[in-house]
Design a protein around this ligand. Structure first.
Ligand code: 5GP
Ligand code: ZN
Length: 139
């Protein structure tokens, strides 16, 4: 689904659905996540409807980066967090639920119960190097 008329975040941006806003600019809006991973979890959402990172214009990079730093710092102070995760999901396989690109700013607290994601191993060094050259060829 990549339709602005039914997109939940486009509806929030147009003011058709409510949100608890913390910041807005001409490029983006930031509001509280309705089901926070921890209290203080904020979403940064570009006004441009793009499904994933790969559909966005590069011009959004600077405003998003600035918002991540400024809002992230504000969340940490306001919540007394010990750390902050910035997470951005692309595609259902990567846990994207809302197909309008966004960044999660999640305050983290020592002992908040979340575990680091799992890690795998390459079978051989060559396997890792071959994959690296496949990626390089696509750049
Ligand atoms: P995703 O899995 O797509 O990266 O994250 C989507 C996020 O949007 C979830 O954390 C979810 O709680 C949040 N969300 C979904 N619907 C709404 C909504 O209507 N309002 C707000 N404020 N957040 C929402
Ligand atoms: Zn949208």
């Amino acid at each position: 689904m990549s339709d602005t008329s039914s997109c939940i975040f486009c509806k929030i941006i147009r003011g058709e659905l409510p949100c608890t806003k913390v910041y807005e600019s001409k490029e983006l809006i930031a509001f509280m996540d309705i089901n926070p991973m921890n209290k203080g979890h904020v979403l940064i959402v570009p006004r441009q409807h793009a499904e994933t990172l790969f559909d966005l214009d590069n011009s959004i990079a600077e405003p998003v980066f600035r918002a991540m730093r400024e809002i992230g710092r504000a969340i940490m102070i306001a919540t007394g967090a010990d750390g902050l995760n910035v997470i951005q999901n692309n595609g259902e396989a990567a846990w994207q639920q809302v197909p309008h690109v966004h960044w999660h700013l999640i305050p983290r607290f020592r002992g908040d119960g979340y575990k680091p994601w799992g890690q795998k191993k390459y079978d051989t060094l060559e396997e890792m190097q071959d994959l690296a050259s496949c990626i390089q060829k696509q750049l």
